[in-house]
Design a protein around this ligand. Structure first.
Ligand code: F6P
Length: 329
């Protein structure tokens, strides 16, 4: 793992990619713990975009007061096309040097870490990543910041949908977020008692889906719930409804896409604690001389993983949970 001997006196912190509840708690921990170590912190607004366009301001301790309970990110977030270009990254590196920033703390998901890894290698910049995405799809941490909150937001919505599904004896196809990963779908399907779940990690056989629905019809089950991960190869809940509607006229079918509601809201206690731990761990990791790594929590211990590994290795779903979901149908 890369280690450097340079002393860190000034750092920059940014949030990038899809926001997730708990990002603010992570920023707060970075600022508070850095201050204890006499490290000054620049806040970079709008992620890598702001690094290029020079939206860089010194953060005082009181900037992070009263934010631990807030969703979103006070630093704002963005997906920057320019940062994907060499020219864009060169501008970003210039600004990092201009402010005398010795190291960057980047808070986000796989896109954020891929960018950090390239920037670090191209311009010899020290970086530490903090995993924050509702998708939970980052290797090197049991959970990412925001996952627990998103899971509970989706579950609350599913419980409510179940009430109306039951009242009208309808079938609901509920789509949850997860572009490439089925963590939210799998766990909400178990916790929400869904009849079926469609995941990007498993090939969806439409005939299996139909035979499951036929079984339900035979058992006189009319009110039911299917959870569909956004990234399932069938193409989402609307596409699934199109595929099955004609064969199942006896079901009064409705589609509900939960969408961005899953990204907002007050972070759960678990997300706030995780974010606080990882914010503090990022500063410790920097002062110990590491670079190009991500901090995570594995089996309740802080763990350091090279960014390259965190982004290149797909995090597996717990296959015993897929089996459990099937047993509980
Ligand atoms: O990466 C988190 C995520 O919420 C995915 O689950 C989703 O596919 C994507 O972001 C949506 O991104 P955007 O808000 O840019 O449309």
């Amino acid at each position: 793992m890369a280690e450097k001997n340079t002393e860190v006196k000034t750092i920059g912190v940014l949030t990038s990619g899809g926001d997730s509840p708990g990002m603010n708690a992570a920023v707060r921990a970075v600022v508070r713990v850095a201050e204890k170590k006499d490290i000054q912190v620049y806040g970079i607004r709008h992620g890598y975009h702001g690094l290029i366009t020079d939206e860089i301001k010194l953060m005082e301790k009181n900037f992070v007061s009263n934010i631990i309970q807030r969703g979103g990110t006070i630093l704002k977030s963005a997906r920057s096309k320019e940062f994907r270009t060499e020219k864009g990254r060169a501008k970003a590196a210039e600004n990092i040097k201009k402010y005398g920033i010795d190291a960057l703390v980047t808070i986000g998901g796989d896109g954020t870490f891929t960018g950090a890894d390239i920037l670090s290698k191209e311009h010899d910049i020290t970086v530490v990543g903090i995993p924050a995405t509702i998708d939970n799809d980052i290797t090197g941490t049991d959970e990412t910041i925001g996952y627990d909150t998103a899971l509970n937001t989706a579950l609350e919505a599913i419980d409510k949908i179940r009430d109306t599904a039951d009242a009208h004896e309808r079938m609901f196809l509920v789509e949850v977020m997860g572009r490439d990963a089925g963590f939210i779908a799998l766990e909400t399907s178990i916790a929400g008692g869904a009849e079926l779940v469609l995941l990007p990690e498993e090939l969806t056989d439409i005939n299996d889906v139909k035979s499951q629905l036929n079984k339900m019809l035979k058992n006189q089950i009319r009110s039911s719930l299917i959870v569909v991960a956004e990234g399932d190869e069938i193409g989402g809940a609307i596409k699934l409804a199109d595929e099955i509607r004609d064969d199942f006229e006896r079901y009064d079918m409705r589609v509900c896409i939960l969408g961005h509601i899953q990204r907002g809201g007050t972070p759960t206690a678990r997300d706030r604690v995780l974010a606080s731990r990882l914010g503090a761990a990022a500063i410790k990791t920097l002062t110990e001389g590491h670079s190009n790594v991500m901090v995570g929590v594995v089996n309740n211990q802080v763990k350091i993983t090279p960014l390259r590994v965190a982004v290149s290795k797909k995090k597996d779903l717990d296959y015993s949970l897929i089996e459990l979901a099937k047993q509980l149908r």
